[in-house]
Ligand binder design. Sequence first.
Ligand code: AKG
Length: 287
Amino acid sequence: MLPPVVAAPEETRNGADFILSPEQIRAYHQDGYLVLNDVLTEAELATIEPVFQRFIEGRVTDMGRDFCDMSGPYGRAFEDFNLVNAVLPRVYDSSLVGNVFESRATSIARQLMGDDATLDYDQFLAKRPRRSAAVFAWHQDLGYWPTGTPDTRTVTCSLALDDATPANGCLQVVPGSHLEPALRPHRPSAWGTSPELREEAHTLTVELGPSDRIVSLPVKRGGISVHNERIVHGSPGNGTDGWRRTYVVAHRSRATVAYERSIGFTHSHNDTIKWTTHLQALEPSAG
Ligand SMILES: O=C(O)CCC(=O)C(=O)O
């Protein structure tokens, strides 16, 4: 099955907005994901790329665990990062606030989840060339976040700064997984099974079953993938000579973002809220 790519004609970019068709909105709700072409122009990408590079090249300092390798433990030397991850770049560089991608992502999120869609967090990801280990482990985004939010709706937009392909480790999803009645149990990835290991690495993972079908979502530079909080997704390593760079912006409802902040959860890896809480909360469904 091909991913639901619906081409975006020029007129769908309208200043800060990006107008979705009824067909695109229906596809997102049915499939839990969507790919949109040409969300940003080359000129617009050029306004974002220099800031992105400052983070990904390790030139922004004092980020603590918000600058790490998503494919390995905290504390790795920078040159050993496979999947360079800068969380909350807008917090560390306010020049990003209100940029054209944020605006279009807000526009898209409001069409998909309602007018209370509020920017919750942002993230820069970059897979180094020829790194088979630059794997983003299978997960559901909700598995990473605090339980106790009655309204879990989330629209996550991932902007491709390079053509994302199966060869360089583009996003993959398990269609239909967003409709499962319960979240799958998440465990710390690769570095053990004890919740305490969240202190050593951020990554969580879920098991895939024999009936899980995997669909790759290639995205052209300037295009985006959009996914919801329950779809099982991940991405494989980068087998090419180029980078795969991605800029993620996620929106949740205003009330949900307020709840997260009220318990001290900001999506920063430096938060002092106990990460283990979320894992323990998921244990009953672990079977
Ligand atoms: O783009 C990727 O490789 C994975 C990103 C991801 O898992 C996410 O944004 O939730």
